[in-house]
Write a protein that binds this ligand. Sequence first.
Ligand code: FHN
Length: 463
Amino acid sequence: MDTRGDNVTLQLNYGTNDGGRRRDAAMARFRAHRFGQFIHWGLYSIPGGRWDGQDIDFAAEFLPRMAKVPPAEWEALAGQFTAEAFDAEAWADTAAAMGAKYMTITTKHHDGFCLWPSAETDFHIGNTPAGRDVLAELIAAYEARGIDVNFYYSVLDWHHPDWRYQLENDDDEAAFARYLDFAMKQLAELAQRYPSVKAFWFDGTWDESVKKNGEWTWQVERMLKDTIPGVIVNSRLRADDHGARHFDSNGELMGDYESGYERRLPEPWDVSVTARDWEACMTISQASWGYHQGDWAADTIKHPLDVVDMIAHCTSLGGNLLLNFGPRGDGSLQPVEQELAARVGDWLTEFGEAIYGCGHAPGWSPQGWGYFTRNDTDGTIFALVTRLPVSGRVRIQLPNGLGLAGLRSLSVSGEPASMRELAESVVELDVSQCSPGPLGFALTTMRLDNRDALREPNPDVLT
Ligand code: FHN
């Protein structure tokens, strides 16, 4: 243990590697992507939240637990996994139309069913009527469109006989050691079989059994990064020497980006999150990740403009948004999700300049009508109006000492009818004549202490 002033730094064998702010090209690419597509697809997609005619009012991928499905009946679902409507090209087209720059697919969720022909278990897609290497098909289709592919992997495995939630005796310890060996081999399979994968998204690591095995989590990250140099690992994998997760016992991030925001975003003014890379994941329905055929999910689909607000919100705080899709059991996409993807893509076609390669704009605080972002390369400041004031006026509070020398509309909505300086560093745009809907502007700023050098005095402003 070191003591530096009041800060006591614990010596950790399995703590942070680099505090969550990698500077290499692979991490810069992930950061610049800003928006990705999450896909939950597995055996749970077949029943779609319904068992014996009863819908569960819970996430569809938890059906085996919520409906207490006998393990043998759940395993038998593999016989119905035909993937007859699975079309990797169609999935990739939807992602491209939406403006997603990466896709994260569930290779194995909590039920233990593997979307790849794993040599470590018989419970995999190779032993189903589908019999296809869907991960290879997806990688080919997405990468052909310039979209990176990442893998989700659940350490929690309800199917494996050696899985343990707690380690209460020597038998538990021995069994769980066998399980961790199995999982390590599966992860090595995925990395060796699909070496173009850019990131691993770990889940299901909240149980005491995993938290007591920080060394294994550290070894997994090392193995993956040795196998695929530059590969990215989220913060949900690691536990440190004392069982701390996401952040080690010294408060330093473990993994390459923080992935604790699930179906929620940081407060718009919580600039503390800008200290590291992070990603929020979000369902399109209220709370089901897997396809859910019941009204419980269908009645809670988000509006596309809610999603674009989330994208702008995340970018303004230097984070990514991972939006989840739940294909049906046969591999077909839900039309409601495809429609939402198209509308989100329309917005990114217009305003993507303020998202891709952009991040937090230090000193520019959100002001209710939307968010500021900043191009990480040339420093351009953008104003994204996702919550248009009913007044038709957008008031911009610039950082002290800055004035607005000009602006450029990012879309066909047109330029503001007027731009008035109300006070030092306060400008009001009249956008009442702009076409209805989201707006976005690239701002040109000036130092107020040499305003005359940059433009004529504004007759609207009393000098
Ligand atoms: O239990 C899972 C859930 O099914 C889903 O995969 C989400 C995605 O972030 N992760 C877990 C809940 O935190």
